[in-house]
Design a protein around this ligand. Structure first.
Ligand code: KG4
Ligand code: ZN
Length: 339
């Protein structure tokens, strides 16, 4: 029987569902984003997020199946994000996924959200091969990961404070831009001069692969305090901030490639949608014979397709979760191999 996997993503403020078929790859996907719901609060409100997930998930699954001209009985397995993420929001996907699988008499599998991000480029035409280096840049994480094989992940560098998307979001807030701040800062930066202000490139002047981004947000806060709240300076601030982030990520990614001797780089997570980051790393890859892979733009941020794919790989390997509905709000990717 051909495997058709339903993937469910509910780790934060996006409800994502998708169908991955063993025969035809990704056959359908749907996404509902709660961005509008959290906008006025300047960030995700966990209780609102889980309540909205409850309302949106089942109708979205029905729409997905209808669009794909399939019904529940066509499914052969269900994959749901079990962590890391917001406990209440994760619980919605885990309850629905686990119990739907039980009702249909098919296996379910818990997916690690970070692994799903890392595997997102596998849905593209020229998928990366193993081993490779991964640069995971999302709202909650920033890490350099030596991906030795599927499920074998070694973190070789990570942020000591803010995640990179978090730095974008917090800085946007200082500039009076709404959540999520990454795309807003990127848009404002197109009108600014990245070299007008001299931003630091944190932790690049010492050896090692760790990151620290909280100082950049403080740099922006101090700059605004010194110069006064003058919105005409904001495009230059946004451009300088973005360039500092991109340069820092690129310096560390190059260093990690050199250190590991790997020849391909996967960049994923919400911040991998950033055009300046994409262009800089793509150009560097072409000049240095390093293959650089990104997910397509819509699969950089949270989505069900990456969960369906990760779940397909795990179910195909014979992995299933037992009947208990369980989540892991803090689930490190480097513990997966030992599970
Ligand atoms: O992967 P994701 O959807 O959620 C987590 O797993 O955390 O990432 C969301 C993050 C947000 O912080 C958002 O501001 C950032 O990705 N982001 C961007 C861009 N698009 C989304 N940051 C910089 N430039 C972008 N174009
Ligand atoms: Zn994510």
């Amino acid at each position: 029987m051909i495997m058709i996997i339903l993937g469910i993503e509910t780790s934060c403020d996006e409800t994502g569902v998708a169908l991955y078929s063993e025969a035809n790859g990704l056959i359908a996907q749907k996404l509902y984003s709660q961005i509008g719901l959290h906008k006025e609060f300047g960030g995700v409100v966990p209780e609102l997020a889980s309540r909205d997930q409850i309302q949106k998930l089942l109708p979205l699954i029905h729409e997905l199946l209808r669009d794909a001209d399939l019904c529940l009985s066509d499914l052969t397995g269900i994959a749901f994000t079990a962590g890391p993420g917001l406990a209440g929001a994760l619980m919605v996907g885990a309850c629905v996924g686990r119990s739907l699988a039980w009702a249909l008499g098919i296996p379910a599998v818990a997916v690690n959200h970070l692994e799903a991000h890392l595997l997102a480029p596998m849905l593209e035409e020229n998928p990366p091969t193993f081993p490779h280096l991964a640069l995971l840049v999302s709202g909650g994480h920033c890490a350099l990961i030596h991906v030795k094989a599927f499920s074998e992940y070694q973190i070789i560098g990570e942020t000591l404070d803010d995640a990179v998307g978090e730095a974008f979001d917090k800085t946007a807030r200082i500039l009076g831009l709404p959540y999520p701040g990454g795309p807003k800062i990127a848009a404002l930066a197109t009108q600014g001069d990245p070299h007008h202000y001299t931003f630091p490139r944190p932790m690049t002047d010492r050896p090692g692969l760790d990151f620290s981004f909280s100082g950049l947000k403080t740099f922006v806060a101090n700059l605004i305090q010194r110069e006064g709240h003058n919105p005409s300076t904001y495009p230059d601030i946004a451009a300088g901030f973005q360039q500092a982030i991109v340069d820092t990520l690129v310096i560390k990614a190059k260093r990690a490639i050199k250190q590991t001797g790997l020849s391909s780089l996967v960049v994923s997570g919400g911040v991998s949608a950033n055009q300046v980051l994409r262009e800089t790393l793509t150009e560097w890859g072409q000049n240095c014979s390093v293959q650089v892979h990104f997910p397509r733009l819509e699969f950089c941020t949270d989505n069900g397709a990456m969960v369906a794919y990760a779940g397909y790989q795990r179910l195909q390997g014979g992995e299933t979760t037992d009947l208990m509905v369980s989540i892991q709000p803090r689930w490190r990717i480097d513990t997966l191999g030992s599970q």
